[in-house]
Design a protein. Sequence first.
Length: 253
Amino acid sequence: MPPTPPEAAAVFGERLDLAEHYVALLGTTGITRGLIGPREGPRLWDRHILNCAALSPLIPRRDFTQAVIDVGSGAGLPGVVLAIARPDLHVHLVEPLARRTAWLSEAVHELGLDNVTIHTTRAESLWGTLTAPWVTARAVTGIVQLAEWTLPLLSVPGQVLALKGSRGPTELAEAERALHRLGVARCEAVRLGSPRAEDATTVLRLLVDRPVDAKRFRAQGSSSAGSARRRRDRAKSGGDGKVSDRGDRPTSR
Ligand SMILES: C[S@@+](CC[C@H](N)C(=O)[O-])C[C@H]1O[C@@H](n2cnc3c(N)ncnc32)[C@H](O)[C@@H]1O
C-alpha cells in the first residue's frame, strides 16, 4: 500500500486509521473487482483520497447532522472519503451499478461507517424521494447534465459541489447561461490549492435558493434542444454520462 502522506493526519484526525483501511480496500479488492484502475494503486492518496477530501472545508460544520448526496460514487469517491473525514455528515452514495454498490456495501460494513446509506439507482430516480442541502460528484458527467440530474435533489438553500481539474473554470464559463436557465441562482469555480495535487483542483459550486421543479427537466429531456445541449455538454466535458460496467477510468479531472 502507498505510504500515508503527512497531510492525511490533518484531514482525518483520529479517523486516519479508517482512511488507511479504506485505501487498503481500494488497493486490493477495489482493483481486483474492477472498481478502480490497476495503475491507481500507488497514487490512491494523492489522486483520489486527498483530492476528494479537499471538498470537506466547503461544507461548514453545524450542530446538527447534515445530509450529503454523492452522485455517481463508483468506489466511494468522494462520498466515502467525506463520511470518514466528517462523522458529522450523513452521506448517501448514489450509484446505479449493482456490482459497484455490492463492493461499497462490503467496504462500508468493514469500515464500520454508520453515517452512510447506499442507493443502487440513478440520481434521477430519487427525485421527489430524497433531498439534501449538499450534492457532491466527481468525474460523472458535464456540469449542465449534472445540474439536470441533481438540482431536484437539493433542499433549499442548497449547493452542488462538483470536483473538477484545471479546466473547471472554462467549463463553468461555457455553461453559465444554461445553468441559470435550469434554476441555478449563483455559480462559481473555487480553486483549491494542494501542494501534492498532480493537477489543479477546482470545485464548481452551484447555489440554489428556491426549489427546482424536476418536471421541467423531464419536459426538457424530451426536447431536441435539451438533447443537443446534453450532446454538447458531454463532448466538452469528456464525461460520457452513460452507465457502463467497465472498470473506472481514474477520473476525468
Ligand atoms: C467515471 S465514474 C466516477 C466514479 C467516482 N465518482 C470517481 O471519481 O472515481 C462515474 C460513475 O457515475 C455513475 N453514473 C452514471 N450515470 C449516473 C446517474 N444518472 N446517476 C448516478 N450515477 C451515475 C457510473 O455508474 C459511474 O460509477
